[in-house]
Ligand binder design. Structure first.
Ligand SMILES: C[S@@+](CC[C@H](N)C(=O)[O-])C[C@H]1O[C@@H](n2cnc3c(N)ncnc32)[C@H](O)[C@@H]1O
Length: 305
């Protein structure tokens, strides 16, 4: 493992080393995030069974981006199976895994990675709770097929007894003042005053150049997307892990809501940026797009903001 920024945020690298290596008994909750420059299989091997309430991640899609080398699809899926299997081992019995993926593309043919990884999770006896469609506005303009404007988050749980809170992620109802007009509840509000279920289709801007969270990473999570998962699938003090951490968007979302955060990435530069983002967040200087902010709409005054 390479040490990265060893002097920031209570020295997360040393913390990781003192907590994990071969030491299930030393794993305990704490407030400083653990962010390590490491291959995720090495990182996961040092984590004890059942310690993470939420594992949220977006792996490489085998497209040959800066941070990955393209391999035959079967090899890629074997690697995914090995990582997913370790993730299931460290998953808490009431925990969730959210695997966020798009398409593998070869010679213009698309292969949705959630359908290809689905059998891996099923073999490991996880249960699919939702296939969340994440819709966003920006991406490649295709000429020989429709431009792709969504990816998916498959939400898997270890058991039927999983942590789940709907209220913190409710969104405004379309007609909040609507009331029952007859029957025993006549005159009472018909909807939940806290808002409605956000459904399994989510719209968040993806992190492109004009997004306030943009760093040098080509494919960041928007923090607000992970916040929704953290708030609904964990409690304060629970451990959240991102085994393909990138620049630490899952780490930030976990810390914002008082969860413990663990992550690793093989690229030192990304782990450095993650450390800097956490430091900026601690100082109140990190710019994030707030949860619940309306999507920019060019037809409305000021874009509807
Ligand atoms: C799609 S990006 C994830 C970005 C992240 N969600 C964020 O918000 O920054 C995938 C990341 O996986 C990392 N990666 C690839 N192979 C890895 C491995 N074997 N172990 C750990 N990280 C790996 C890459 O460096 C890349 O940053």
């Amino acid at each position: 493992m390479d040490a990265v920024n060893p002097n920031v945020i209570n020295d997360p690298v040393s913390l990781a080393r003192s907590q994990f290596p071969g030491s299930a008994t030393r794993f305990r909750h704490k407030s400083a995030p653990v962010m390590v420059c490491s291959d995720n299989m090495d990182f996961l091997r040092d984590m004890p069974d059942g310690c993470c309430k939420l594992i949220v991640t977006s792996p490489p899609y085998n497209l040959g981006k800066d941070y990955e080398s393209r391999t035959p699809l079967d090899d890629y899926l074997d690697q995914q199976a090995a990582v997913i299997s370790e993730c299931v081992r460290v998953l808490h019995p009431q925990g969730s895994i959210c695997w966020q993926v798009g398409n593998y593309v070869s010679d213009g043919e698309i292969m949705p990675l959630d359908t290809l990884t689905y059998p891996i999770f099923r073999r490991l006896r996880l249960k699919l709770r939702n296939r969340i469609i994440w819709h966003f506005g920006h991406g490649l303009h295709c000429t020989r097929r429709l431009s792709g404007r969504y990816e998916t988050i498959n939400w898997w749980t270890a058991s039927d007894d999983y942590t789940w809170h709907l209220d913190p992620i409710r969104v405004p109802s379309k007609y909040p003042g609507k009331r029952h007009f007859k029957g025993p509840n006549a005159g009472r509000l018909s909807g939940n005053p806290l808002g409605k279920n956000p459904s399994d289709v989510w719209e968040f801007p993806n992190v492109k150049n004009n997004h306030p969270e943009k760093t040098g990473h080509p494919c960041q999570f928007p923090v607000e997307l992970v916040e929704r998962l953290v708030l609904s699938m964990t409690d304060k003090g629970d451990a959240v892990l991102d085994p393909y951490m990138g620049v630490g968007s899952s780490i930030i979302a976990a810390l914002m809501h008082e969860r413990d955060a663990y992550g690793c990435d093989v690229v030192p530069e990304y782990v450095d940026i993650a450390s800097q983002r956490v430091e900026a967040w601690r100082k109140g200087e990190l710019r994030t797009r707030p949860m619940g902010k309306p999507i920019y709409n060019p037809t409305l005054p000021n874009g509807g903001h």
